[in-house]
Ligand binder design. Structure first.
Ligand code: FHN
Length: 413
């Protein structure tokens, strides 16, 4: 069972992923050819030669980028940490790197270090800054791995020593306290190499978490597959990395934006099963966050402002109802939160033997009556009726308070 040992991460529950790099300029299309895959893979998928892809740097001038706006967006959405691509598989560093001039400060007309700007803003706003770093795949470095190609004959050790390790050192020493390093696609990395990277991170910043995809099951927590939400609670610490449409990097033709309803259901579903939700935005080549993502995140933010208590630091309930079709449950000591997404007449909860002290709608504290009932077979239930008028919400959260020390339990059968 994974235990990342960092209380901030266990309580945060909701983070912002940012995929941003040179690929944002292409927005899914190169020389008239469109990629059918996720946009940040365009170099690989359309076999763009390194010397050609490199030329993008000379055109990359995302002057609309604003660390202040992005951090505010994360904060207003109720997200507690930001994980940004410091180097994705294309090998381009989105920060000032001393060990490779292939970086946003030295190779572009932009000349600014967005990671430094984000670090300053995150520090000011109390958001944890974290870095995505592609440790194994590097399509720019001749010795970095590339999926789907024969990596035979590459000197991966040389890549580790001359790029990966020095860059990780830079990231861990140039930008203050870092919440976590989000490693990805470990491919053929050996157990010893994953261990070496993990030890490197912890030797520089002992409290910095290492993501599940460092490889060889050495992560401090478990990352599920992209957009994969487990059916039942997993033990220990885990996180779902997820897209807001169907790509990570900006792709102008991908307009399949998930609705606020869908994203909120995902968040609540994940928290009700014990995980964290890392939801992505993909700024465009000018540094703008697509309007559609800003809009849905705004709606989630509204929910979080009124109902955050049912999410941050909340746990799964230790009893059955993962498969009710109208909503989900989260809890903390002395409180159960019933998340009602569908339009149901009244809320009927079976197989719960606690005695509620009081119940109310979390968003506006409207009191609710809970009728408890125990049959002669020993089945206990709660029935909660709605008030005559209620605020329209995607997820109406009912908070039921019980005795602080009373565990949540099923009736004896
Ligand atoms: O290949 C990457 C992909 O581009 C993206 O970064 C996602 C995020 O989880 N991780 C890999 C695929 O799982």
């Amino acid at each position: 069972m994974k235990d990342c040992k960092q209380q901030w991460w266990k309580e945060a529950k909701f983070g912002m992923f940012i995929h941003w790099g040179l690929y944002a300029l292409l927005a899914g299309e190169y020389n008239g050819k469109k990629t059918s895959n996720i946009a940040e893979w365009i170099m690989h998928d359309l076999s763009i030669p390194v010397e050609e892809y490199e030329k993008l740097a000379a055109r990359f001038n995302p002057t609309a980028f604003s660390a202040q706006r992005i951090v505010k967006l994360a904060k207003d959405t109720g997200m507690k940490y930001i994980v940004i691509t410091s180097k994705h598989h294309d090998g381009f560093a989105m920060y000032k790197s001393q060990c490779s001039r292939y970086n946003i400060v030295d190779a572009t007309p932009f000349g600014r270090d967005p990671i430094k700007e984000l670090a300053e803003e995150c520090e000011k706003e109390g958001i944890k800054l974290c870095f995505y770093y592609s440790q194994a795949q590097d399509w720019h470095d001749p010795n970095g791995f590339e999926e789907g190609t024969d990596n035979e004959g590459k000197d991966f050790r040389k890549y580790l020593d001359e790029k990966c390790i020095p860059q990780l050192r830079e990231l861990l020493t140039q930008y203050g306290d870092i919440g976590l390093i989000w490693f990805d696609t470990p491919m053929g990395i050996t157990y010893e190499q994953s261990k070496e990277l993990k030890e490197l991170v912890h030797s520089i910043q002992p409290n910095c978490i290492v993501s599940g995809r460092i490889g060889n099951d050495l992560g401090d927590y478990m990352s599920t597959g992209d957009n994969f939400i487990p059916l039942l609670p997993y033990e220990g610490d885990w996180e779902v990395p997820a897209t807001i449409n169907n790509t990570w990097g900006y792709k102008k033709t991908d307009l399949r934006w998930k609705s606020a309803d869908k994203l909120l259901r995902n968040l609540v579903k994940i928290v009700s099963r014990g995980g964290n939700y890392l939801l992505n935005i993909g700024p465009d080549g000018e540094g703008n966050v697509p309007e559609e993502s800003v809009k849905v995140l705004g709606q989630i933010g509204e929910f979080m402002r009124l109902n955050g208590e049912s999410i941050y630091g909340a746990h799964p309930v230790p009893f059955y109802p993962y498969d009710i079709d109208w909503g989900y449950f989260t809890c903390r000591k002395g409180k159960i939160y019933i998340h009602v997404f569908d339009d149901i007449e009244d809320v009927y909860i079976l197989n719960i033997a606690n005695t509620p002290k009081r119940a109310y709608i979390l968003a506006d504290h409207t009191p609710l009556q809970v009728v408890t009932r125990t049959t002669c077979e020993g089945d206990s239930s709660w029935r909660i009726a709605w008030p005559e008028k209620r605020m329209k919400q995607i997820d109406t959260v009912i908070c039921v308070e019980m005795e602080e020390d009373e565990p949540i339990f099923e009736p004896i059968r």
